[in-house]
Design a protein around this ligand. Structure first.
Ligand code: GLY
Length: 361
């Protein structure tokens, strides 16, 4: 399709394309025919949620499976029910799962695909900004437990990802802003100079958006493609997060703690925005960055119109305890922090510093 941008996630013989642009979802049938993982598929199980009104045509026999609305769908029981429904549909190992929705759908559909018949191909069609620039790319899948978020899952790379920027036009304002939280993160991740330039130029686009001036569809697609290019580069260098991929979690340690504490009405990207400002504060207290760099964080968040203040009524002890339960916390409380050489995962952070940073927010 003319005007569709293509970014490859380079993973050797498991490399796959991410197609970005207005109408990219209409590439589904041809992508299924062309990918070696899906070329023989005769059935597509389309997984989505109620209220996601995005038409897709896999060009082969298909059935749609709705999982429950919202984050509560991210449960092992949902995956079990989906797999049973796939069996009744007659889905085989040669067929394909197609996830159509936001981060919850890509996480659940991806995990079901990873475990159904010990692995069946999946194609993601993310319908939120957050899904397009983060969740659908890179192969992380999983569900929550009562004890924490994303504690059960698998790395399962998709056969392709179709980021249709047309579907973002109808996203509620708040959902779009939630995506900006992840977008702001990419400003601080070291990456190819070209992707960095694109993201940098889009800071002024964010300011335009704030003034009510819409992006053209090409500008929107370039923005999504720039983020995908950064993510693809990081994922290719460390697919299963033994090191560098953790940088994609910049801003997520406080973000996740706020989400788990659960009393605050925050979307994931909104929580990440608060987490980015907090991580800058922690880095400043540790002498890793100066005041100008903290101000740079504030400017980026402001440019996207993100309110990064700590919600009222936050219990500092509870948050510090939640930091200790984070998946990264193997060598003491670990944060991804900015510093003279860019971002890095820093283990063993003194809880006293974390508490002071909370007080300064
Ligand atoms: N969302 C972070 C990652 O995919 O690694």
């Amino acid at each position: 399709m003319s005007g569709t941008l293509r970014v490859d996630v380079p993973l050797g013989d498991r490399s796959y394309p991410v197609l970005v642009g207005a109408g990219a979802r209409h590439e589904l049938a041809s992508v299924l025919r062309e990918s070696k993982l899906t070329a023989g598929a005769q059935r597509a199980a389309v997984v989505t949620q109620p209220g996601i009104d995005v038409d897709v045509d896999p060009g082969i026999g298909c059935e749609t499976f709705e999982i429950p609305d919202g984050e509560r769908a991210k449960e092992l029981s949902t995956v079990g029910e989906l797999c049973s429904a796939f069996t009744r549909f007659g889905l085989t190992r040669r067929d394909v799962v197609v996830g159509v929705g936001g981060g919850v759908v890509t996480d659940v559909a991806g995990f079901a695909a990873a475990v159904y018949h010990r692995g069946v191909a999946v194609v993601h069609i993310p319908t939120t900004l957050l899904g397009q620039i983060d969740a659908a790319v890179g192969g992380k899948t999983g569900v929550n437990l009562a004890e924490g978020k994303n504690l059960v899952g698998a790395f399962w790379q998709p056969a392709a990802v179709l980021c249709d920027t047309e579907v973002l036009d109808t996203l509620p304002e708040r959902e779009l802003r939630a995506g900006y939280g992840e977008l702001a993160k990419y400003h601080f991740i070291g990456c190819s100079p070209r992707a960095a330039r694109l993201i940098g130029s889009h800071r002024s686009l964010a300011q335009r958006l704030d003034g009510g001036e819409p992006l053209s569809s090409l500008e929107g697609a370039e923005l999504v493609a720039a983020c995908v290019a950064i993510k693809a580069e990081v994922v290719a260098s460390d697919e299963t997060e033994s090191g560098r991929r953790a940088l994609l979690n910049y801003g997520h340690t406080l973000g996740h703690a706020l989400e788990i504490a659960g009393r605050f009405d925050l979307r994931h990207g909104e929580a990440v925005a608060i987490g980015l400002r907090y991580a800058a504060m922690v880095a400043r207290l540790l002498g890793r960055i100066d005041d100008d760099r903290v101000a740079e964080h504030e400017r980026v968040l402001d440019a996207y119109g993100l309110d990064a203040s700590l919600p009222h009524g936050i219990d500092h002890d509870e948050i510090i305890e939640l930091f200790g339960r984070d998946k990264k916390a193997a060598g003491g409380i670990t944060f991804v922090l900015d510093g003279p050489d860019g971002l890095e995962a820093v283990p063993g952070i003194d809880p006293g510093v974390l508490r002071s940073a909370l007080e300064r927010m």
